[in-house]
Ligand binder design. Structure first.
Ligand SMILES: [Zn+2]
Length: 483
C-alpha cells in the first residue's frame, strides 16, 4: 500500500471528528514533543512509573474505531451499540486502514503478510535493527453481534503503548510492536485464530486462503484479502516475522474477576477445545403419511445428540459442550428433513479430559443412530473436525512480567489473580513460537459476544497499563540476558 508521509497523516488525523467524547475532548494523535530527553526504559535504574497510559485517549480511540462496523444499539448513549465488523469486510478494511495510518504516524514500520496480519514495529535502541520485536497482539474483527471490547481493546491498548512511548521519548532495548491478527473470531471464515495459526506454521496457507465464508456465500479468504487490499507479500510465517514475545490484553469474557472484585487476570494458559460439524443423514418423508416407526428423522436424532452432549459435558470436571449452528434440508413444514448439520464445540481444562468427552460423545451419537435404525430405517452420523486446539500453558517469563506489572500498577497483589482462559485467542498460536502471556480485565456480568459487552474505562486503562509495563519489563529482561 502506498502510504502518505507521516506528517500528512497526522494532519489528516486532526481533522477526524470525534463523535464519542467520554470525558473531555482532545486529539488521539501523538507526536514526540520537542526536547524530550530519551528515557532508556531498558536501563534497570530508570523508573517506569512515569510511563502511564492516558485513560481518556485510550477510550476515545476505542470508541473512535467503533464507527467502522457499528452494530446493534442497546441504549441511548452514543457508545451503547455493539459491533458487527466481520473479518475482511469493508468496515474491517476501514479499521485496518486506521491502524496502519496511526502506527505509521507514530514512526512504526508497518508490514502486512499474506494472511493480512498487520505488524507495526517501533525501533529499539541503536544496533537492534532487524531483531525480533516484543509484540502486543489482538484482533480488530468482531462477531456479527459482538461488542466493542473483544479484541479491539488489545489492539488499541497496543496503540496507546506506542503513543506513550513516543510521547515520553522512551527508548526500548529492542524493538516493540503491535500486531492485528486477521479473522481471529472465525465468525466469517470458520476457523478461529486462523491467521496466527498460519503464522505459527500450524495451519497450511492454502487451507486458510481457500476458506469460504459461512452462510452459503462464495467469498474466500484469499479473494477478500485481495479485494480490500490486504493480501500482503510477506510470507505469513514466524520465520519471516519472528517475535521475541507476545502479550495480549483481552476482556475476560467471563464473570470471575467481577465476582471476586479483582482488576487483573494473570493468564497462565488456555483450555483445550475442539470444533466439529456433525452431519446426520436420514430420509426425507411426508409428515402426514409417515408413521413414527417408519421415519428416519435426522433432526430428532440431532436434537437427542445435542441434549446428550450437554449432559455428558456436565459430568466431566470443567468441561463444556455447545451448539451454535444448526442447518437442515430441505426446510419445509410438511417434510421430515433428510439431512441436518450442527456445530459442536467442546472444551475442557486438559487434553485428557477432552479426549474422554469426545470418546463418550462419539459413542452416544452412535447409539442414537442405532436406536433410530432399529426399525430398518437408514440413518448415518459423520463427524468433521473443523478446529482443534490443545490445552496451552503460557511462558513463565511472560507470566512473571504480567504478575510484576499488575502488582506495580495496582499496588496490591490481591487485586490480581491467576487464571486459565476459557476462550481461544491468537496467543494460543503465538505461544507455540514465542514466550507468551495474556492479561484479562473484568467483563460486566461476564457478558461477551453480545452488543452489551462492557468493561469500565478505569479497568480498560488498568489493563493497558499492565500491558505496557509487561512489555517493558520483558524488554528489560531481554537486555539483561541478551545484552
Ligand atoms: Zn477476542
Amino acid at each position: 500500500m502506498a502510504m502518505a508521509s507521516p506528517h500528512r497523516i497526522l494532519s489528516r488525523h486532526h481533522r477526524i471528528p470525534f463523535k464519542f467524547i467520554l470525558t473531555r475532548s482532545f486529539s488521539t494523535s501523538t507526536s514526540r514533543p520537542q526536547n524530550v530527553p530519551h528515557l532508556r526504559t531498558y536501563d534497570p535504574h530508570t523508573s517506569l512509573s512515569s510511563l502511564r497510559v492516558n485513560p481518556s485517549r485510550l477510550l476515545n480511540t476505542l470508541h473512535h474505531t467503533s464507527q467502522w462496523g457499528t452494530g446493534h444499539r442497546y441504549g441511548a448513549h452514543p457508545t451503547e451499540t455493539g459491533m458487527s465488523r466481520l473479518a475482511l469486510s469493508d468496515s474491517d478494511k476501514s479499521a485496518r486502514d486506521w491502524f496502519v495510518e496511526t502506527t505509521k504516524a507514530l514512526g512504526c514500520e508497518v508490514s502486512v503478510d499474506e494472511m493480512g496480519n498487520i505488524f507495526a514495529v517501533r525501533k529499539g535502541r541503536e544496533g537492534t535493527e532487524g531483531k525480533a520485536a516484543t509484540f502486543v497482539g489482538s484482533h480488530l474483527d468482531t462477531q456479527p453481534r459482538g461488542g466493542r471490547y473483544d479484541g479491539v481493546l488489545g489492539v488499541v491498548g497496543g496503540v496507546e503503548m506506542l503513543r506513550v512511548l513516543e510521547e515520553g521519548g522512551a527508548e526500548t532495548g529492542f524493538p516493540v510492536g503491535v500486531v492485528n491478527w486477521t479473522n481471529e473470531e472465525g465468525a466469517r471464515f470458520p476457523i478461529s485464530m486462523v491467521s496466527s495459526g498460519v503464522w505459527a506454521g500450524e495451519i497450511p496457507l492454502e487451507k486458510a486462503h481457500g476458506l469460504k465464508e459461512v452462510g452459503g456465500g462464495t467469498a474466500t479468504m484469499r479473494g477478500e484479502l485481495e479485494r480490500i487490499g490486504y493480501l500482503g507479500e510477506m510470507p505469513a510465517s514466524h520465520e519471516a516475522m519472528p517475535m521475541a514475545a507476545h502479550f495480549e490484553l483481552h476482556i475476560e469474557q467471563g464473570p470471575i474477576l467481577e465476582k471476586e472484585e479483582r482488576k487483573i487476570g494473570i493468564v497462565k494458559g488456555v483450555q483445550a477445545y475442539r470444533w466439529f460439524t456433525v452431519e446426520v443423514v436420514g430420509q426425507e418423508a411426508h409428515t402426514g403419511t409417515t408413521p413414527f416407526n417408519a421415519r428416519a428423522d435426522p433432526l430428532l436424532a440431532a436434537s437427542w445428540m445435542i441434549c446428550l452432549s450437554n449432559r455428558a459435558a456436565a459430568s466431566f470436571d470443567g468441561a463444556l459442550a455447545s451448539t451454535g449452528i444448526l442447518t437442515l434440508e430441505p426446510g419445509s413444514v410438511n417434510t421430515i428433513p433428510g439431512k441436518v448439520k450442527f456445530s459442536l464445540d467442546i472444551r475442557a481444562p486438559t487434553d485428557k479430559t477432552l479426549d474422554m468427552l469426545e470418546k463418550h460423545l462419539r459413542s452416544d451419537f452412535d447409539n442414537v443412530v442405532a436406536d433410530a435404525t432399529r426399525n430398518g430405517q437408514e440413518m448415518s452420523v459423520t463427524w468433521q473436525t473443523d478446529s482443534v486446539s490443545s490445552a496451552v500453558y503460557f511462558h513463565d517469563s511472560c507470566i512473571k512480567a504480567v504478575r510484576d506489572s499488575a502488582t506495580a500498577v495496582l499496588g496490591d497483589e490481591n487485586l490480581a489473580r491467576e487464571m486459565t482462559s476459557g476462550a481461544g485467542h491468537d496467543s494460543v498460536y503465538a505461544s507455540r513460537r514465542c514466550p507468551t502471556s495474556m492479561i484479562f480485565v473484568p467483563s460486566r456480568k461476564g457478558i461477551s459476544h453480545n452488543p452489551k459487552e462492557y468493561t469500565s474505562p478505569e479497568d480498560c486503562a488498568i489493563g493497558a497499563d499492565v500491558l505496557m509495563q509487561s512489555v517493558l519489563r520483558f524488554d528489560r529482561q531481554r537486555v539483561a540476558t541478551e545484552g
